[in-house]
Design a protein around this ligand. Structure first.
Ligand SMILES: Nc1ncnc2c1ncn2[C@@H]1O[C@H](COP(=O)(O)OP(=O)(O)OP(=O)(O)O)[C@@H](O)[C@H]1O
Ligand SMILES: [Mg+2]
Length: 237
């Protein structure tokens, strides 16, 4: 069944991009329904970061069209890209600056976000004094404080330890339950095994787009994309 157009949050039509004279992405098309999680899988250099930057408006496609029905929050591999050298609270308030909220509204929203992301004890700490995992949790809170309908994450766990990674993954899962759509780029299937939808990038184009059942039927697609078949999808005898 085709989704109602009001349910489509993101529509990507035949986008291509060249960087330094080389074609990095070719003819990329997909649509995302509100409140769904999409895993963007691909080996190193397949174009995941480039595609996420295009979706976030940080890069312009050479051709094609991207339509987003609302705002976007983004979490980068390195949290320091999104943070500024002052306190946790100031970083959160800074992420609200373009919304035209009153001082009281900003204070309330910052307080609620500190609580939700378990950051109350860190509220007055200087960002530079925090661990990488704590900084990534803050960058997630900054990306979500303005309540965007779409959250993009680019390898958010690769620079932090497993325990903090699991905690942040749980927070992202909670966001999907609240109705936020999520696109997470990674080359590790284990980080996204429960996602609704999988888009796999091969050498500069999409080689698979479907759900887990489709992926199990087409396991060899991982080899085409230069990735090992995830053990979670291996046939159990
Ligand atoms: N500014 C740039 N100029 C030239 N080439 C670039 C530029 N940015 C990216 N590329 C190239 O585009 C291709 C895709 O890069 P991208 O960073 O999007 O891949 P990725 O899937 O995110 O890889 P990784 O898993 O290593 O993060 C790579 O071959 C990369 O060298
Ligand atoms: Mg990347």
């Amino acid at each position: 069944m085709f989704p109602e157009s009001s349910e489509i949050l993101l529509s990507v039509k035949e986008i291509s991009i060249d960087l330094s004279g080389r074609q990095v992405l070719r003819d990329i098309s997909f649509r995302l329904i509100k409140g769904k999680s999409l895993a963007l899988l691909g080996s190193n250099g397949s174009g995941k970061t480039t595609l996420l930057k295009l979706l976030a408006g940080l890069l312009e496609p050479k051709s094609g069209e991207i339509c987003v029905n609302g705002s976007i929050g983004m979490v980068f591999q390195n949290p320091d890209i999104a943070l500024f050298g002052t306190t946790v609270e100031e970083n959160l308030a800074f992420s609200l600056q373009n919304l035209g909220l009153s001082r009281n509204e900003i204070r309330a929203r910052v307080g609620e976000t500190l609580e939700r992301f378990d950051l109350l004890a860190l509220r007055s700490r200087d960002i530079l004094s925090l661990s990488g995992g704590e900084r990534q949790r803050i960058s997630l809170a900054c990306a979500l404080i303005s309540k965007p309908p779409l959250l993009l994450l680019d390898e958010p766990f690769s620079m932090i330890d497993r325990k903090e990674g699991r905690r942040i993954a749980g927070m992202v899962g909670g966001e999907v339950e609240r109705g936020t759509s999520v696109i997470l780029g990674t080359n590790r299937f284990s980080e996204v095994s429960g996602y609704d939808r999988f888009v796999i990038l091969g050498r500069n184009s999409i080689v698979f787009d479907g759900d887990r059942a489709g992926l199990i039927q087409n396991r060899d697609i991982f080899h085409e994309a230069g990735m090992p078949i995830p053990f979670e999808l291996e046939l159990k005898c």
